[in-house]
Design a binder for this molecule. Structure first.
Ligand code: FAD
Length: 453
């Protein structure tokens, strides 16, 4: 009887999981295991932990209660399981971000053979390169074009049957991570991911290009947490897309995730450091009260505050408002992007190291985008444009719910704007915009920071 371990990490699913198929094909019985990583748990906020707890339960259910959930150092846990079950191979989907990659190398150095099949991406980071000289792309659009040309495999089906060893009671260390009071998160697990995708295909995908920026409606796929934990693979989504405008825009968003994973793969320091190094020299302020107001959703700018409160309550924020609050932190409050990125890391259920670091750097102007100078988001105009009827603000900022659609974006203009103790603006956007441009000028960032060759 031969046995192989299948080590689940960011691939908590059975369908379209080539690494799982490889483990099954190469053994008579598999040992499915998830190892709770104390280091990652320490830096993970309670909403994401609650989500992971639910996702593990859901995975276990699809495995007929055969999932081993282990606590301890990965080398130790795997060594013990290999010995106990007389295992020959440990199968994984390959990791590319700095922490996961280093962990796998450490495991291998300890003498454990890892068999890598597939990755959390349609095209693994590092594959798409410039045909002219083999260097990686630094700008999204040419990357996207080359990524499409490279192409990806079709999804594979879930295994028909999984023969797995039955764990002992002591192998079933399912964490008890409750959801903080007053918060709600998207339902976790492979089944929930497929249900949401089905719903979105029917109700949102064909209008995605028109609706994706409207913060007040359910117009995006909300699959980011499912993708983060690998409950659904991007290949599965790509396989359902056609060539219409709406579907193409959606494909392009999937490609942003792949682009940022590629950029981080080639520039691992940009997880927490500046992609465009000269931004390190810029004058930044001390966080103090300004950061506190931003993180509590009390800046006095309704669209910004609604977004921050959505994040705290739901562990998710609309993409449009992620850009608005990030711009506000960096360009109106003059704080370093890493402060905001760390706050997002704590609260986002879909936290992804590459998309988060580079989403922040793009907005801050120090990332892969070539024209940071022009982009200082106006938090009032953004609200008027992308939450025209104020539904988003009204939902998350009840102090402003009594105002009409046109009043809600500028409560300071109306006599009853502060009737319910909504905070006054902590800064004046018009003044801070100029200040931000002056600081950019000091480091000569008014020219494209990273021109594409
Ligand atoms: C400052 C900032 C921080 C961000 N942090 C994260 C993060 O930690 N985790 C994360 O998954 N996304 C992050 N994003 C990207 C984006 O906001 C989310 O992926 C998106 O809002 C998730 O909602 P959705 O699934 O409904 O997206 P949809 O609009 O339905 O898009 C489908 C999928 O495409 C991918 N995608 C869409 N937009 C982007 C983008 N701009 N960059 C990378 N991938 C994208 C996501 O995987 C998303 O689930 C960040 C963006 C910004 C500006």
């Amino acid at each position: 009887m031969s046995r192989a371990i299948f080590w689940f990490r960011r691939d908590l699913r059975l369908a379209d999981n080539p690494a799982l198929l490889a483990a099954i094909a190469n053994s008579d019985e598999i040992v499915p295991v998830f190892i709770l990583d104390q280091k990652l748990i320490k830096q993970t906020g309670s909403k994401r932990l609650a989500y992971l707890g639910q996702s593990l339960r859901s995975l276990d259910e699809s495995l007929d209660n055969k999932l081993h959930v282990m606590v301890g150092d990965q080398v130790q846990v795997l060594t013990d399981l290999i010995k106990r079950y007389d295992v020959t191979e440990v199968h994984i989907s390959e990791e590319f971000e700095p922490y996961g990659k280093a962990r796998d190398i450490r495991v291998e150095k300890a003498g454990i053979k890892l068999v890598r099949t597939g990755s959390p991406y349609a095209v693994a980071p590092g594959r798409v390169r410039k045909p002219s000289d083999g260097t990686p792309y630094k700008v999204y659009t040419p990357f996207y074009n080359a990524w499409c040309v490279h192409g990806w495999r079709a999804p594979v089906l879930a295994p028909k049957q999984i023969k797995a060893v039955t764990p002992n009671e002591s192998d079933r260390n399912f964490p008890d991570w409750p959801l903080p009071e007053g918060t709600t998160i998207t339902p976790a697990g492979e089944k929930a991911a497929h249900e949401r995708w089905k719903w979105f295909k029917k109700n949102g995908l064909d209008f995605y290009d028109e609706q994706r920026n409207n913060a007040g409606i359910d117009g995006t796929s909300k699959l980011s947490a499912h993708l983060k934990w690998g409950e659904i693979h991007p290949r599965t989504l790509l396989a359902d897309l056609n060539e219409t405008k709406a579907h193409t825009v959606y494909r392009k968003e999937i490609a942003w995730r792949e682009f940022y994973a590629d950029v981080l793969f080639h520039n691992p320091h940009t997880e927490s450091d500046y992609y465009a190094a000269k931004f390190k020299e810029m004058r930044y302020d001390d966080p103090g009260k300004k950061f506190k107001a931003w993180s509590e959703g009390k800046t006095g700018y309704p669209f910004v505050d609604a977004a921050m409160r959505q994040l705290i309550k739901e562990g998710w924020m609309h993409n449009r408002t992620r850009m608005v609050v990030a711009s506000f932190l960096v360009k109106d409050l003059h704080l370093e992007w890493q402060l905001g990125a760390d706050f997002f890391m704590e609260h986002l259920v879909d936290f992804d190291v590459a998309s988060n670091a580079h989403g922040w750097q793009w907005t801050a102007g120090c990332g892969t985008d070539a024209s940071p100078y022009y982009r200082v988001f106006n938090p009032i105009e953004q609200g008027k444009r992308f939450d025209e009827d104020g539904a988003y603000i009204r939902k998350y900022v009840p102090e402003l719910a009594h105002l009409s659609n046109s009043e809600i974006h500028e409560p300071w203009l109306y006599l009853d704007g502060y009737l319910h103790d909504y905070p006054e603006r902590i800064v004046d956007h018009a003044v801070e915009r100029l200040e931000s441009l002056a600081r950019l000028q000091e480091i000569k960032a008014d020219k494209p920071a990273m021109p594409e060759k």
